[in-house]
Design a binder for this molecule. Structure first.
Ligand SMILES: *Cc1c(COP(=O)(O)O)cnc(C)c1O
Length: 312
């Protein structure tokens, strides 16, 4: 439990480039990705109060849900090990259970989770869709015993509370705060801790506008906006343009971005700057929410498709 107890602040890294200078825009990246080597980025924030609550309830078993390359699954497994809590990961895709040793040999995320002591339970997509239904949860309780449940992506009120600790005093100087969103939990925490004169932009990693409702559920103030046209076709979809952008950003600034969330957000920020979306002199803070663990899994898929790989 100790590693959650300190009030962690992540370093801010200023991006200098002739392009930004010419546009008179300042861009700073908040390195939540370096908060912890295994429980990276926003997942650290989202787990903190959930694990505290589980322990308070005397519950030393956590069950949660995720896809085969989920950052949330990897983070929960690592946090569980560090806090002496048994973790169970309900994973989407029964085909992965056919040959588990092959699955673990080819999937770095699930291999890592297993190494951290997480018990994996593979379910088909139809069952996975019932993940919020009482009947399905009771079936899981019959199988695994009592547990503390964390929803898919770690999305709940206690996660929002943890994400309210991402911004600190020194971040009040920024005009615009950008954050990539999957469930919208992280950005809701950022919105709640932002100042009224700041604007928060949520860059959706998924197609559609369902996030508006999700963010509204938890956000206390209206100073935010959803940007949903930098998804590159949908969740976890990538193309050569995005990969090349991630690689050159890393070469120029020494910051590795992930292809599902932060790579698309930073690409979007640069594109919006090009379109003069921001007023001259705007100070932007972009949150690097982590997700680096997913790159090797993505690279394996890129290799199969004959696409360029992300340099790590
Ligand atoms: C999970 C994740 C997100 C999305 O966070 P939400 O709270 O679900 O919106 C963003 N970036 C990275 C790197 C993530 O792993």
């Amino acid at each position: 439990m100790d590693f959650f107890s300190t009030k962690a602040h992540s370093p801010n890294h200023s991006i200098s480039s002739p392009f930004l200078q010419a546009q008179n825009i300042s861009l700073v990246v908040k390195r939540e990705d370096v908060l912890h080597p295994q429980v990276s980025g926003n997942k650290f924030r989202k787990l903190k109060y959930n694990i505290e609550e589980a322990i308070k309830n005397g519950n030393h078993k956590i069950l949660t849900f995720g896809g085969a390359f989920s950052n949330h699954i990897a983070a929960t497994a690592a946090a569980g090990k560090l806090c002496n809590i048994q973790t169970i990961g309900v994973i989407r895709g029964e085909e992965l259970a056919k040959d588990v040793s092959k699955t673990l040999a080819t999937n770095p995320t699930l291999r890592f989770a297993t190494e951290q002591g997480m018990v994996l339970h593979f379910v088909d997509r139809a069952s996975y869709r019932q993940k919020n239904e009482l009947e399905f949860i009771n079936e899981l309780k019959a199988k695994f015993g009592e547990f503390y449940l964390i929803p898919e992506g770690g999305a709940n009120e206690l996660a929002v509370k943890g994400c309210e600790e991402i911004l600190d005093k020194k971040d009040e100087q920024y005009d615009v705060i950008c954050c990539s969103s999957g469930t919208g939990t992280t950005v809701a925490g950022i919105i709640n801790s932002s100042k009224k004169n700041q604007r928060v932009l949520s860059f959706s990693a998924l197609q559609g506008n369902f996030l508006t409702k999700e963010i509204q559920k938890y956000a206390n103030t209206p100073n935010w906006e959803l940007i949903s046209h930098y998804t590159f076709g949908g969740y976890a979809k990538v193309n050569t343009t995005l990969i090349q952008f991630i690689n050159s950003f890393n070469q120029e600034h020494g910051i590795l971005l992930d292809p599902i969330y932060t790579g698309k957000m930073i690409f979007g920020i640069f594109d919006l700057i090009k379109q003069n979306y921001f007023a001259m002199g705007t100070k932007i803070l972009a949150i690097h929410t982590g997700g680096i663990q997913g790159i090797s899994g993505m690279n394996a898929q890129l290799k199969k498709k004959g696409l360029p790989l992300i340099d790590i």
